[in-house]
Write a protein that binds this ligand. Sequence first.
Ligand code: AMP
Length: 412
Amino acid sequence: MTFKSLGLSNALLKAINKKGYLEPSAIQEKAIPLILEGKDVLASAQTGTGKTAGFTLPMLQILTTQSKWKRRPIRALVLTPTRELAAQVYNNVREYGEFVDIRSTVIFGGVNAKPQIKTLRNGVDILVATPGRLLDLHNQKALSLARIEILVLDEADRMLDMGFLRDIKKILALIPKKRQNLLFSATFSQEIKKLAGSFLYHPVMVEATPENTTAEKVSQKVYRVDKSKKTALINHLISDGNWEQVLVFTRTKHGANKLCKKMIGHGITAMAIHGNKSQTARTKALAGFKKGEVRVLVATDIAARGLDIPLLPHVINFELPNVPEDYVHRIGRTGRAGASGEAISLVSQEEKEYLRDIEKLLDQKIPSEIVEGFEPDATNTPEKKNPNRSRHQNFKRKGGNRNYKRRSSKRN
Ligand code: AMP
């Protein structure tokens, strides 16, 4: 299959060629012709599948071939959950649209709104935005959504996780009813299905890969270790293994900062990326990591979601996520673009249930090992600590002594 056979224009083929893509990815092959036909599309695709080009290329083609406006009203709106993803999608729009007469811009919070307003006043065809700043600027009458023809919801599941449902509903009420809708989501919870049902019109469902294809491509390992020895173990793995580019996940923002400090103390260049960091700090950390100046990027789930970090060989879960789907997203950061990757999880006694949930979701057991010198303290295991404990006592200890909240709604 070639990009040409998907029906894309020469100007877009030129841009694709410049990017060096040889053939369309699975999601592109399926989604592009449908979008060009004007269909509403419900796509199951996560980052790394080429989904951005999957919606951007046909969107650019539709907007260039059906242009009827002298002044440029916003005709396509792409909503993303995070600032980083918005910036990334915008970069893609610019790159793929290099040889067509389309103007685009991106708006998100955490930075000065004035330059954004100025660009909007000059007229743009495509607007990439996070929901909050979009509504903000709409309230200020800095933009109009009255001429939207195409709406894209990128990483819709994450938008709901982040509590954007109300904002999305408000935005839907501001845009014309007759439009083409594209919804991309890595997972399909009941909430996503409900949202999709509420605004997609006879959608065609496309799937990039089955749920756990990414998981299959990645070599996964669990290192059993005590919580107190995790920092020493991670430093050992990175230093002794000479790992150059490592993405480390922690469950909390505080945990990310703490680990980062300790790694720096150990002589490893590390930076944290999470919701409490300013936009400038997040951009700087990501840029440093991409350039290879920062060896370790410590991230929380939400901050890392959607980041395009190509060919990452190692992902370490310093702590397991309490939402099993997040594990799949995390390890999806390695083994991309056909390359193989390694995902290592440091799992302490307290996290055993999280591991069980993850293995249930993946429908596979993750091989578990112990690293020499970092053996877990056998007395930490409830069963081993006192073999004479009654079953009831053991049960109480297992259930009542957990440090982690289950499926907490508070996300980072
Ligand atoms: P995405 O899933 O949109 O975040 O894209 C993931 C990565 O794949 C990005 O670095 C894209 O530049 C790259 N990519 C997208 N489409 C293709 C393709 N057809 N061939 C090779 N790489 C691609």
